[in-house]
Design a binder for this molecule. Structure first.
Ligand SMILES: [Zn+2]
Length: 325
């Protein structure tokens, strides 16, 4: 078993006011030592869409001084059902620290962008709280990808690896590639818990692996860099396979580095076949990358288009190599 170790959860389902039309692929229930959490109701495959949800509450903070008053004003505008659902969410902050409204908000909010253009001026971050998605607990090796779609103002949760029925769904509250001490400090300050995941309990090897994955960004930036002289060097191939092993061992399939690694391996196996340790072969890596791209919000047509572009680039590289030799 991988050391990130997704847990199977048993226990009673807690009935909340979730959308009755929603397919029951997940349920909300008590999780040992974590309060409530969200659990897969069926076996989920990588790329499967699990939850699409509109926020209970979408709020734009403007200056810390009047944060509480702005929040209260936004809350007052909600209908009674939403107010009640919001007040049922977890509050990690005692009332002596913040009023309950602020405490619940700080415990359950996600930053989201109001538009799809992350760099535009009108795009100062909004904060969203959800009835179901805010119940998903944190993991430093999350088994889902969380994606905000500004065009529909909905949050999408998809599986980033196989999730057997009965397994708790997890997402990251803090960047999983940060060192464990940084993750731990902010999880404790904002959410008031000490993460007991394998990566936080034994951080030495895990921190090293995560730093290496973070630093591989430049190295993995461009397939075209080795495609010009395809096939890639044996060192680059070995390094890429090692990065894939680190992603899987650390449970970091939710991260962009996983998509980059898969794209390289898909292209390498197209050029070189299944040998040289690329166990999945072209079709296998293509399928894994496809699931990852869909979970990250790509449309089917878009995925096919970028796959086709890579195939054409690899064909050109192969024919250049054949002409040169
Ligand atoms: Zn952790």
């Amino acid at each position: 078993m991988d050391k990130h170790n997704d847990e199977e959860i048993r226990g009673d389902t807690v009935e909340l006011d979730s959308d009755p039309q929603a397919p029951k692929v997940y349920r909300i229930q008590a999780i040992p030592s974590k309060g409530l959490g969200v659990v897969a109701a069926i076996d989920l495959a990588p790329g499967d869409l699990i939850i699409v949800e509109s926020p209970l509450f979408l709020f734009r903070p403007e200056g810390a001084m009047i944060y509480k008053d702005l929040l209260q004003r936004a809350f007052d505008k909600l209908d009674d059902g939403k107010k009640e659902a919001f007040m049922k969410l977890d509050n990690a902050h005692p009332e002596t620290e913040y009023p309950p409204l602020v405490g619940i908000f700080n415990t359950n909010a996600y930053d989201v962008q109001k538009s799809d253009h992350a760099d535009s001026d009108v795009d100062s971050p909004y904060i969203a709280v959800f009835n179901d998605i805010s119940r998903i607990n944190h993991s430093c090796s999350p088994n889902t990808i969380r994606l905000w779609r500004a065009s529909s103002s909905t949050m999408h949760i998809s599986a980033c690896r196989a999730i057997p029925a009965g397994t708790e769904l997890t997402t990251h509250y803090r960047d999983p590639l940060l060192p464990s001490s940084d993750r731990g400090a902010s999880l404790l300050a904002i959410y008031k818990f000490v993460c007991a995941c394998p990566a936080c309990l034994n951080p030495t090897a895990s921190d090293k692996a995560r730093l290496r994955l973070q630093q591989s960004r430049g190295r993995l930036a461009d397939v075209a860099a080795w495609a010009r002289a395809a096939p890639p060097s044996p060192e680059f191939l070995a390094d890429t396979l090692e990065l894939l092993g680190l992603v899987q061992e650390e449970g970091l399939e939710s991260q962009h580095v996983y998509g980059r690694v898969l794209r390289h391996l898909m292209c390498m196996s197209y050029v070189m076949g299944e040998g040289d340790g690329m166990a999945e072969g072209y079709e296998g890596y293509r399928r894994m990358l496809r699931a990852w791209r869909l979970a990250n919000g790509a449309e089917e047509e878009e995925v096919e288009r970028v796959e086709q572009a890579d195939v054409e680039m690899m064909r050109a590289a192969i024919s250049r190599r054949n002409t040169d030799s």
